[in-house]
Design a protein around this ligand. Structure first.
Ligand SMILES: Cc1cc2nc3c(=O)[nH]c(=O)nc-3n(C[C@H](O)[C@H](O)[C@H](O)COP(=O)(O)O)c2cc1C
Length: 227
């Protein structure tokens, strides 16, 4: 059997949840960029919601890999998870056996991390006894796809400080090829992987006023599970 838990994660939230599934199921655990297989029997895939949609890395993965049974775990920063799981089911014809939207710390805030791991137990049971489900449609802001890269770039500024010792780790971890010497270019999606990884803590980010106002909006805190 080729079973695995795979994660795409920039600020560690999806990785934490993926780790829980890997421990509980006894499956090997891979970063989405380091997966050695093309085909899987049972796959649990954990990733963040970006602008109410699947991140490009997850779209690429789902279009390139084959799996008999797929579980999709989407973490979101308590703003709006959109309709990402329903869209994923429609677009990629994989056999989905379970799914979840898990509310957790927003990449741009210092709020609480998800810690109610017990409530994920029904998903573990479903991975072990798989059968296909249909993911219902959920609300997505109709404007969320408009200029999303530009919106993130205007909303979040990344700056380098004099703590930088030029180690180049930021460029190494960036899969968008969007940073060199602590300076981001137009490809940067503001995922903050570089900020979270910098060993000198030299990279800082700041939020624009509209982004701060948006992040102050009333929060959603609902764990939604489909089994
Ligand atoms: C570019 C970007 C866009 C995001 N868009 C949303 C969103 O539309 N709704 C939401 O609730 N959280 C959003 N978030 C927050 C993340 O979904 C959330 O913090 C996630 O748990 C981060 O996972 P990670 O640490 O595994 O990368 C966004 C974060 C980033 C970096």
């Amino acid at each position: 059997m080729r079973d695995a838990v795979v994660y795409y994660s920039n600020t560690n939230q999806s990785r934490r949840i993926a780790q829980y599934f890997a421990d509980k199921l006894g499956y090997p655990f891979f970063d989405i960029y380091e997966v050695p297989y093309q085909n899987f029997d049972n796959l649990v895939l954990a990733f963040p919601i970006h602008c109410q949609a699947l991140p490009d890395a997850v779209k690429d993965f789902l279009s390139q890999k084959q799996m008999t049974n797929l579980t999709l775990i989407a973490t979101y920063g308590r703003m709006c998870h959109g309709n990402a799981l329903h869209e994923a089911q429609r677009k990629y014809s994989h056999n989905i056996v379970a799914g979840a939207y898990v509310p957790t710390r927003h990449s741009y805030l210092q709020d609480e991390e998800f810690d109610d791991f017990k409530s994920l137990e029904p998903i573990i049971q479903k991975v072990l006894a798989p059968s296909q489900i249909k993911i219902p449609k959920s609300y997505k802001n109709p404007f969320s796809d408009l200029f999303k890269l530009k919106r993130s770039q205007l909303g979040v500024k990344i700056t380098n400080t004099d703590k930088c010792d030029g180690c180049g780790m930021c460029a190494q971890v960036c899969k968008c090829d969007a940073i060199a010497d602590g300076v981001t270019n137009r490809k940067c999606i503001r995922c903050l992987k570089c900020v979270a990884t910098c060993p000198q803590d030299a990279l800082k980010f700041s939020l624009s006023l509209p982004m701060k106002a948006y992040l102050k909006k009333k929060k959603q805190d609902k764990l939604i599970i489909y089994v």
